[in-house]
Write a protein of this length. Structure first.
Length: 85
């Protein structure tokens, strides 16, 4: 396998991980969104390249979920552009 093949395979694995099902014991029912009891807000984050990327805190759960989805879509589009180049 060439370095290019390995890089493409790694990016594909990343895309699959971003589309995983929500954790059943989570409070929000969505991956990357959790409730902060102390701050009384929904926290949004995305894991990428083995690091957690902080998106922000939101009063509305639907807005937090939308922010996570937009971030994931952006990361997937970036990975696709890197595949083309």
């Amino acid at each position: 396998m060439t370095d290019e093949d390995l890089a493409k395979q790694f990016r594909t694995q990343q895309m699959h991980r971003t589309n995983k099902e929500p954790n059943r014991n989570g409070t929000s029912g969505a991956c990357g969104v959790s409730w902060s009891e102390r701050r009384k807000k929904w926290r949004a984050y995305v894991s990428h390249n083995r690091r957690q990327m902080w998106i922000g805190e939101f009063r509305d759960k639907a807005v937090a979920i939308e922010a996570v989805n937009r971030c994931r879509e952006s990361l997937i589009e970036k990975a696709k552009r890197e595949d083309i180049e």
